[in-house]
Write a new protein. Structure first.
Ligand code: PXG
Length: 465
């Protein structure tokens, strides 16, 4: 399986022909890409034979780990039976139907919200575009077309298409291409470490941060607001975990003004926070739930929206064509792989493992990093974690962003055999949900080594004592 790769040739073809996502093309051409050639369990290897522990599950998606034959077999079988057919013209296919029924059974009913219907896409971004279309259609059908505005959050991430990037609150993305598109606006994120005031408890801050939603609704006029979209825990923003008081207060506010609630669970669903769907953990009642990534553990592209009864009943009962969909909506191979992936997750009880076993163990081990001189905060939620690199932890003092301390640490990680992501000076992990306790220990040893190496560099540069 390990075919030798001519690294220099692949790197030169890469430079000449492949424009990578979220990449400074000029800078990358100067350095050359790392060529990843194979993977097994929680490890990936590059073309030089360098082994890396993948603490990011690819890009938050390989929940069942690499090399699962069950998923490959499901794809092969489905390709030989029916590799493709569309679901546009009153046709359907078996895996797409089976998956929709299965997902609907996995999504818990809460407070009168049930999820009997699924709208398919191939990615998280497309799914959020579908959300915008569906939300607007819903209010049109109810005779309130002026309810158009969708509120997202600063530093939220909802994808990279025009609508996805607009719903997200990444200023660097908005700066390119005149975003956000009209009728999308943002409120602040519930990030206590940075935004909590002196003397304020996390619970008080959670209520205050949720209150920004009510302030925004009142400023815009409630009759203009269609929906609020948020990630249960912000992923790409740096694993920002809201205080416990935040989500119940958000629920109270959307209920008060009749606004739809969209839970973007592209990262948080399928076991990542110890449940099939994250809204269950945080105790709120969304109307639409975005999913992608973990539904197939990233083995093949698939995404979609779980459509709650409040929206589905209006779309279905009022009738009229919904003029929206994709060539690959309900792709039979992607859906077959998703079914095999859910089989593995169910058989190995991965959400339960995260909730009761490896999640608590990771929480305990990760918290120990708080003692490291460079770490201002270390926290986890389920099987994702974030730590803040701080110049003076007692004072919550940040490094000069120009120093690129997160990137410095990330460089040490790669060198020492660990894949961690840097979001500014927050180092984040979201490992595969199949990790053993021993592998968690191995990861923690690697993280400590990377932090130590970063500290040595910063001391040499006179940035730390
Ligand atoms: N919503 C959320 C919450 C996401 O995390 C998307 C939507 C978009 O999904 P697609 O499949 O269109 O990429 C995501 C994707 C990072 C990173 O650097 C995170 C994502 C994608 C790429 C990079 O952390 N999340």
């Amino acid at each position: 399986m390990n075919t030798p790769v001519d690294t220099a040739l692949i790197q030169s073809l890469d430079r000449e022909h492949f424009l990578h996502p979220f990449t400074d093309f000029k800078d990358m051409a100067a350095h050359g890409a790392r060529v990843i050639t194979r993977a097994e369990n929680i490890y990936v290897w590059d073309s030089d034979g360098h082994k890396l522990l993948d603490a990011m599950s690819g890009l938050w998606c390989v929940n069942v780990g690499y090399g699962r034959e069950e998923l490959a077999t499901a794809a092969y079988r489905q390709m030989m039976t029916l590799p493709y057919y569309n679901s546009f013209f009153q046709t359907t296919n078996v895996p797409a139907v089976q998956l929709a029924a299965r997902l609907s059974a996995l999504a818990p009913e809460v407070g009168g919200r049930s999820f009997k219907h699924v709208f398919y896409s191939s990615s998280g971004s497309e799914s959020n575009d579908s959300n915008v279309r569906m939300v607007r259609r819903y209010w049109d059908l109810l005779g309130q077309p002026e309810r158009k505005i969708i509120i997202g959050r600063i530093n939220g991430y909802h994808g990279s298409t025009m609508a996805g990037a607009s719903l997200g609150g990444m200023s660097s993305m908005h700066a390119q291409g005149d975003l956000p598109i009209p009728n999308i606006t943002h409120i602040g994120q519930p990030y206590f470490y940075e935004m909590g005031q002196p003397g304020e408890t996390p619970a008080e801050f959670g209520l205050r941060a949720a209150g920004w939603l009510e302030d925004k609704i009142l400023a815009l006029g409630a009759d203009k607001v269609a929906a609020f979209i948020a990630e249960p825990v912000q992923g790409a923003g740096g694993v920002i975990i809201p205080p416990d008081s935040y989500w119940p207060e958000i629920q109270r506010i959307v209920d008060k003004y009749g606004i739809l609630l969209i839970s973007d669970e592209v990262i948080c669903a399928f076991g990542r926070v110890g449940h099939w769907f994250a809204y269950e953990k945080f105790g709120y009642r969304p109307d639409l739930v975005t999913f992608a990534k973990g539904v197939t553990s990233g083995y093949i592209p698939l995404g979609g929206v779980m459509v709650g009864n409040r929206v589905a009943e209006v779309l279905i009962e009022q009738g009229g064509e919904f003029n929206h969909g994709y060539t690959y909506s309900g792709h039979p191979v992607a859906c077959a792989v998703a079914l095999a992936n859910l089989d593995v997750m169910e058989k190995e009880n991965l959400p339960g493992r995260v909730k009761d076993d490896i999640g608590p163990y990771l929480a305990k081990r990760f918290a120990e990093l708080g003692e490291h001189p460079l770490v201002g905060l270390a926290e986890t939620c389920g099987f994702m974690g974030g730590l803040v690199l701080s110049k003076n932890k007692a004072m919550h003092e940040a490094f000069d962003p120009e120093l690129g301390v997160g990137m410095l640490c990330r460089g040490h990680c790669f060198r020492l055999g660990l894949i961690m992501r840097a979001v500014g000076d927050r180092m984040i992990i979201a490992p595969p949900l199949v990790m053993t306790h021993e592998q968690i220990d191995e990861m923690m040893t690697l993280i400590r080594r990377c932090l130590d190496a970063t500290l040595v560099d910063l001391q040499a540069a006179g940035q730390m004592d």
